[in-house]
Design a protein around this ligand. Structure first.
Ligand code: SF4
Length: 289
């Protein structure tokens, strides 16, 4: 079975990603983010396990893929869950990709990626960190088992120092939680100072199960949000969206702050490509060609 697959986020008409591949070394994830969408389609998603015979399967796939396209790791898990520290599965994949000159975009919330800077800096790669807030208290509630945002920011600095280009996903923006000017400014000023080059942002798009987790963890905010999602907002695919005008204002706010700090900007599955200021939304333009 093919494990390096063409990226196709449920054929979302709002996806602006360039053609690319996706590869998940792990099934599920240890970070257990409240807003995570993988729990809607991966059984026992927070029980993270490595994919079986993965390296063997990747070796076969490498021969067939178009090497000009980026392999995005990962879209349905983090390639650096806590178990990666001992298993070193992602590291072995990177070493293999380096030997075959495969272009890689790492998407992570973990500073463990710095362990592999020797490999990443000597191959065609870029790293995209997700940072939703720099408020440690909110981060601990929102992403309970992920490394703290300040560890991620420190990791950005270390990667940049070694020549790896970094983008940041300010994603998801959750109205009433991390959506005011100061919240966003705090994130973007810190990552700009650490050397990130590009911001991609997106609003919270709950599915049934992520909304249930969110309600439990943030009852007061979810009461205020309910009408925006379930009365005034819209349903696209299996996700609830805020009204388009609210989403656009939020994205314009992030864009303005990104520009102020000299970073490029794009949105993710929002339907506002006119706001984009970079050759790709997902940061894959930072992977050397
Ligand atoms: S890091 Fe991503 S895949 Fe992992 S729990 Fe958080 S949102 Fe889900």
């Amino acid at each position: 079975m093919q494990v390096i697959k063409p990226f196709d986020p449920w054929k979302s008409p709002l996806c602006t990603c360039p053609p690319k591949y996706t590869l998940n070394p792990y099934t599920g994830c240890t970070h257990q983010c409240i807003y995570c969408y993988i729990t809607s389609y991966i059984p026992h998603a927070f029980n993270c396990r490595p994919k079986e015979k993965l390296l063997e399967k990747i070796r076969k796939d490498i021969r067939k893929i178009n090497k000009s396209l980026v392999v995005s790791m990962s879209n349905s898990s983090d390639p650096y869950p806590s178990i990666e520290k001992d298993l070193k599965l992602t590291r072995r994949i990177l070493e293999l990709f380096k030997r075959h000159d495969v272009r890689v975009l790492i998407i992570t919330k973990s500073d463990l990626v710095v362990r592999d800077v020797d490999v990443l800096s000597s191959m065609r790669s870029s790293v995209s960190f997700t940072i939703t807030t720099v408020n440690e208290e909110i981060a601990a509630m929102l992403e309970p088992y992920a490394p703290s945002p300040w560890k991620r920011i420190d990791a950005i600095r270390k990667l940049v120092e070694k020549g790896v280009k970094v983008s940041v996903r300010v994603d998801p923006i959750i109205l009433y939680l991390n959506s005011n000017e100061k919240d966003i400014e705090d994130v973007i000023s810190a990552v700009a100072e650490a050397g990130a080059l590009h911001i991609v942002s997106s609003t919270f798009k709950p599915k049934f199960d992520s909304w249930r987790r969110f309600e439990k963890r943030f009852p007061a905010i979810s009461r205020k949000l309910y009408k925006h999602y379930f009365k005034l907002g819209e349903k696209i695919g299996a996700s609830r969206y805020l009204p388009s005008s609210v989403r656009k204002k939020l994205m314009e706010k992030v864009r303005k702050i990104a520009v102020k700090h000299g970073l490029t900007f794009a949105t993710c599955r929002e339907g506002f490509p006119e706001l984009h200021l970079a050759p790709s939304c997902d940061g894959s333009h930072l992977v050397p060609t």
